[in-house]
Design a binder for this molecule. Sequence first.
Ligand code: HMG
Ligand code: MG
Length: 299
Amino acid sequence: MAFPQSVRLVEVGPRDGLQNEPEPIGTATKLELIDRLGAAGIRHIEAASFVSPKWVPQMADHREVMTGLTRRPGVTYSALTPNLKGLEAALECGVEEVAVFGAASETFSQKNINCSIAESLQRFEPVLERAKEANVRVRGYVSCVLGCPYEGEIAPAKVAEVSKALFEMGCYEVSLGDTIGTGTPLKAKRMIEAVSRDIPMEKLAAHFHDTYGQALVNLYAVLEEGIAVIDNSVAGLGGCPYAKGASGNVASEDVVYLLDGLGIETGIDLDKLAGTGTWITQAIGRPNRSKVGVALAAK
Ligand code: HMG
Ligand code: MG
């Protein structure tokens, strides 16, 4: 199958990338990160998470971030909202897009959002209804699509079932999360094939963490299947607080380099993006996990 002509990148660094950082990161640093990402040409930035500050302290300044950011025309700034409480707070801050997040693993669902898969879907329904009333788009995440830290292998049919439920509920796009980065290319292809039987390919996104160093090769495999939306995090920042040992998302710089090399358009300025990766890793005292970012910085 032919590769897509262009790919839309969803930058999740300010949310997924920072949510697990143990030391507090100032709101001003988050705002500068979001601004620099926009300046590099990123058109979709997941900026904050309206979750309980007891569960994820790093995202406690969600209101300050969402109201403090300088909106660039043509850029979507989204936020996670696990329930109505989160959605109402996000609406007060003027969000135009939110995301609900479920899982294909029962145990992960319990650990991450404190309820079963069925309960989570029930909880998301009023979120989608209220968002629709407010003219706010909703993205749906499914975690553990290629493995679970508690249950191990996850059946593609289970991923397809949860994805279908989110899509039928009104999520405009379903982002498939390899939360712990254990996937390999053929498994990734099989999972995408199963999910795309019920949901059009253009409504699916790949959200791959790089814990086992497989994210780029898995992305290549799903690009061949027709996936044209990819989630990534600048400098490969991140990890999920409820998936021990999980490292960051695939690095945005590495994805852009790959797509540039394949002749697939992204609209992103790789040098500016790499500069942002160098800056944020220095600002928060973290190693840069983008190979491309490190190579460009050494030039
Ligand atoms: P709960 O304890 O079941 O909820 O948590 P509750 O309704 O019983 O409320 C308990 C307390 O939380 C109350 O406060 C609520 O007010 C408060 P208290 O009375 O104890 O002071 N609360 C909230 N506060 C702020 N914002 C809210 C909110 N809701 C309740 N929205 C809940 C349920 C979902 C809230 C909780 O489990 C939670 O916050 N979990 C966070 C999970 C999380 O953020 N995980 C990381 C993001 S997901 C991810 O990284 C995966 C992804 O990247 C894809 C992938 O890689 O696979 C998306
Ligand atoms: Mg994630």
